[in-house]
Ligand binder design. Sequence first.
Ligand code: ADP
Ligand code: SF4
Length: 687
Amino acid sequence: MRDPRYDVLFEPVQIGPLRTKNRFWQVPHCSGMGHRYPNAEARMRTIKAEGGWGVISTQEAEIHPSSDITPANEARLWSRDDIPALRAMTEGLHAHGALAAIQLVHNGHHVANRYSRMLPLSPSGNVYDGSDPVQARAMDKADIAALRGWYRTAALNARAAGFDIIYVYAGHDMALLQHFLVKRHNHRTDEYGGSFENRLRLFREVIGDVRDAIGDRCALAVRLAVDELMGPEGITCDGEGRDIISALAEEPDVWDVNLSGWSNDSQTSRFSDEGFQEPYTAFVKSVTTKPVVGVGRYTSPDSMVRVIRKGILDLIGAARPSIADPFLPKKIEEGRIDDIRECIGCNICTSGDNTCAPMRCTQNPTVGEEWRRGWHPERIAPIAMPQSVLVVGGGPAGLEAARALAARGAEVTLAEAGREWGGRVARECRLPGLAAWGRVRDWRLGQLQRSAHVQMYLESRLSVEDVLGMGLPHVVVATGAAWRADGVGRAHRLPLGFLANGSVLTPDDMMAGAMLPEGPVVVFDDDRYYIGSLMAELAVAAGRDVVLVTPDNLVSAFSEHTLDQGRIQARLISLGVRIITAHGLADRGSDWLELSCAYTGRRMRLDCGSLVTVTSRRPVDGLWQDLQTQREAWADAGVLSVTRIGDCLAPGTIAAATYAGHLYAQDFGTTPDEIPFKREDIVPLFG
Ligand code: ADP
Ligand code: SF4
């Protein structure tokens, strides 16, 4: 039963001619499934409608081939030919009573048009903002008229595809309309440039054009970045952000407001808390009477109620919380607060889109698999006959395998060597800024503890004799991985014998609270994700001078895909960490370390009291190996299968571990096909 405190979240809101069924609004978010995988896209969004979201939007939808974001894979509405693929989504949403929204965009100089080979368009002949040697052309009046026509046509086609809410979008520094709005991009001297009114003109005109096109069946949403976090060079919430909303206050039926660019809008939990956008967006309701949607990684219904009651927002916008838990609204509605699978703010989801692949999620292993494997975030098929499974290891892989197996009705015994659950998650969530990552463990533990099908044992390091003695027919080995201390990784493929000339620590040692010897600490980060930077933070906190060395050209290079690389590098700089990029390890003495330039091989020497190597991990697979050597004893012990999963098979992300656990449970009792998922990238020849 719903807690009456949350009733306000289920009130309808009038949006122009339409009423939402509640205040839950899935704002536009990329999925990496876009126009190339329309079935996957439609199914993923439809499940959110089933989960109770009142409004669900596409990701950005390109309105013309001159806005071609290839190789990224967003929505596409270049012409009527795109309607059937989009209709699959709107029909799915309508079947569950949700409103369907589409975010129309022309990306201006944010795209290189690599597929269409058209010249990008821009206010003033701006340079493409990626690294391709491409410069957009400056739009003349005919181009502006054409652009307005494309918006009108796209709006009509969107309406024909069944969308209820049509977005005009000026955000993330990715939209041509925003490029016209801001001084740094718009250097025009005609009526579309210069003064504030002139820079606003095209935005205002397109809003009017779309309004005229959609008539009174659809509602018009405007999405605006009210602050770009770059001071006077950009839009600010107490400057032109406020002026734009004030000038257009009553034009849309609903305002969707946020921060720009994407790395500011989708900040990781390492750098921001729930509700982090409120200081920037709180003013909006004071200058418009129209409903306001905003985001801030809201996963707590109490926080949602607070922002509504305080008059900050009318509708709770969410991208990541809706990915981690597509059933978040329904769980609040049914009073199942403890079942909410809270987003941890890690941005593995954005890394999918940023690598042009269907998104994945650390918390929700079913995301991206809804259509091609038929997975559902809340439902899993019961097993055909009762079966018992022993899961060894209580990290993310073991916890998820145990949880999903129990949900299928298997009798699960879960054994963990340590004194606490969570494996690497328990260790890593104690690192600076990663507390929210503990939710990976906490949600699974909560589910397991409420299950009648699970027995759980801590401080139970199982040997091969233990496993065989238990006589359970199916054994899952999820015993994790340990950081290497021999330097092997991407830059150095063979062990570096010279490392033993001085003190070497691994992230496991650091997380276990190892004392650092006297002298400067050098962190060698060949892992290139988040752990290296956190080891540097720990060493700074221990009062050491710290140097971070990486063979890459950037600190934490993979974190570009999780949108926090810039913040990580800035934090290290502000902590006084010396950063040396493009260098590997060359030699070592007791108090010195020699590096070699990744390009020239030229050497440089550093003082070094201790070296923390963050290179790669080795599976902790001794139990699995022992079980293999005793294969002939399985039958007598009643063991039918032994399977290793997660880091114990191949060390990876936490998302890969929860996925591995879930995959094991889904496949349990079946023989997966050689290609175990449906494909939609196969088109008939000449089709
Ligand atoms: P993953 O990411 O694959 O889940 P983790 O390293 O996070 O891997 O977790 C593995 C867990 O397995 C750790 O908590 C570790 O203590 C536990 N473990 C390792 N060996 C054994 C064993 N022989 N018996 C029980 N638990 C074990
Ligand atoms: Fe949240 Fe991480 Fe899942 Fe993205 S991948 S939705 S940030 S838990």
